[in-house]
Design a protein around this ligand. Structure first.
Ligand code: NAD
Ligand code: TDX
Length: 332
């Protein structure tokens, strides 16, 4: 594999994947990204120009997608509308990008016979009870809760249908909650870190008992690279790093890690339909492809992430005020 088309490569996880490829591999990358409010060319700063081309465009633009797919060895599809809270306010862009955009890419990959890897989320499985000893596996039935997760579930099913009906050379991965550099300040961890930097109290939805299974974006990247190279066509792989924490614990870790009292946060209105708990069993990925996460301590990864936001205020500052205005209008 010498060249990759990475959709959504100017977003949080996509840009981390591009940086990973530059450091660990020799591949050349074309990023196709619409640069929505969530995309940022600054996230690709420092990437050698001779190995990266950024094409600003829409994954639902069939002619553009066809042209870019024809000249690449494989497509890695990260582009999506990704924020649950936004999907509750205005679902339409989620259908357009996550469903029609994915369909457009699948058709191009089919026409040109290209390898395709689809990036998805554990949210397609719905949620688990807080006291359930179980975790999601590749066999858990789909049961998405939000407009966001239902469009991601729909996109996964499209990929499966293209494999079965048309013989598309595709794989799928469903990953748990990512954290790390370049994550938009609308998301939980960067929102609270940048609030504390600004002297504003972190905002916890409800009682903060909801559990997320955190993984560092670098570990997500190494898992995707393993699947691209060694994954079996038609298979789904769950990606997770045993990072379960409830939201209250995470807020307290951020506060104490930034020299504030653990209880210096506000409780705000809960998210509608708020999923209780996500938890990933990544045995298949570990046993069949030999993958292992490098960040085994969430506390260490979180402390690196706090340092990154402290050191990179110029990256997030332009996004902060509009994000907080929107949350304030929602009472959050
Ligand atoms: P993000 O919102 O930070 O980035 C999305 C990127 O896609 C942005 O750069 C945006 O400009 C681009 N984009 C949006 N619509 C587009 C369109 N129509 N055409 C071209 N580009 C478009 O999202 P993220 O958190 O980096 O998530 C990336 C992928 O990973 C998504 O598919 C998401 O479902 C999946 N995922 C995310 C997480 C997580 O914790 N954030 C966990 C599991 C899976
Ligand atoms: O201010 C907040 N306070 C709060 O308590 C925000 C923004 C969130 N939360 C809670 C809601 C969730 O329980 O924190 C948890 C994490 O919230 P998000 O960062 O919005 O992530 P989540 O809804 O879990 O979805 C994320 O992981 C799965 C990504 O945004 C998705 O793209 C991915 O599919």
């Amino acid at each position: 594999m010498e060249s990759l088309l990475v959709t959504g490569g100017a977003g949080f996880i996509g840009s981390n994947f591009v940086h990973f490829l530059m450091e660990k591999t020799g591949v050349r990358v074309t990023v196709l990204d619409k640069l929505t409010y969530a995309g940022n060319r600054e996230s690709l700063k420092g990437v050698p120009e001779d190995r990266l081309e950024l094409v600003v465009g829409d994954i639902a633009d069939a002619a553009l997608v066809d042209r870019l797919t024809e000249r690449t060895d494989a497509v890695v599809h990260y582009a999506a509308e990704s924020h649950n809270d936004n999907s509750l306010q205005d679902p339409r862009p989620f259908l357009e990008t996550n469903i029609i955009g994915t369909y457009t890419l699948l058709e191009a990959a089919r026409r040109h016979g290209k390898r395709f890897h689809h990036i998805s989320t554990d949210e397609v499985y719905g949620d688990l009870e807080l006291d359930d000893p179980g975790r999601f596996t590749e066999d858990t039935p789909y049961n998405p809760s939000s407009p966001y997760s239902s469009t991601k579930a729909g996109s996964d099913l499209l990929v499966r249908a293209w494999v079965r009906s048309f013989g598309l050379q595709a794989t799928i991965s469903n990953c748990s909650n990512n954290y790390g550099p370049y994550q938009h300040v609308e998301k939980f961890i960067p929102r609270q870190i940048t609030n504390v930097i600004d002297g504003v109290r972190p905002k916890l939805y409800g009682a903060g008992q909801n559990v997320r299974d955190w993984i560092h974006a670098d570990d997500h990247s190494s898992a995707v690279w393993a699947i691209l190279n060694k994954g079996e066509i038609g298979q789904t792989y769950l990606i997770g790093a045993d990072g379960e924490r409830n939201n209250k614990d995470v807020v307290e870790l951020i506060l104490t890690g930034m020299g504030q009292p653990a209880e210096a946060y506000d409780q705000v209105i809960d998210r509608a339909g708020h999923d209780l708990r996500y938890a990933i069993d990544s045995t298949k990925l570990r046993n069949e492809l030999g993958w292992q996460p490098e960040y085994s301590h969430f506390e260490q990864g979180l402390s690196d992430t706090i340092a990154w936001y402290r050191d990179n205020e110029a990256w997030w500052r332009p996004l902060k005020a509009a994000t907080e205005t929107k949350y304030a209008e929602q009472g959050q």
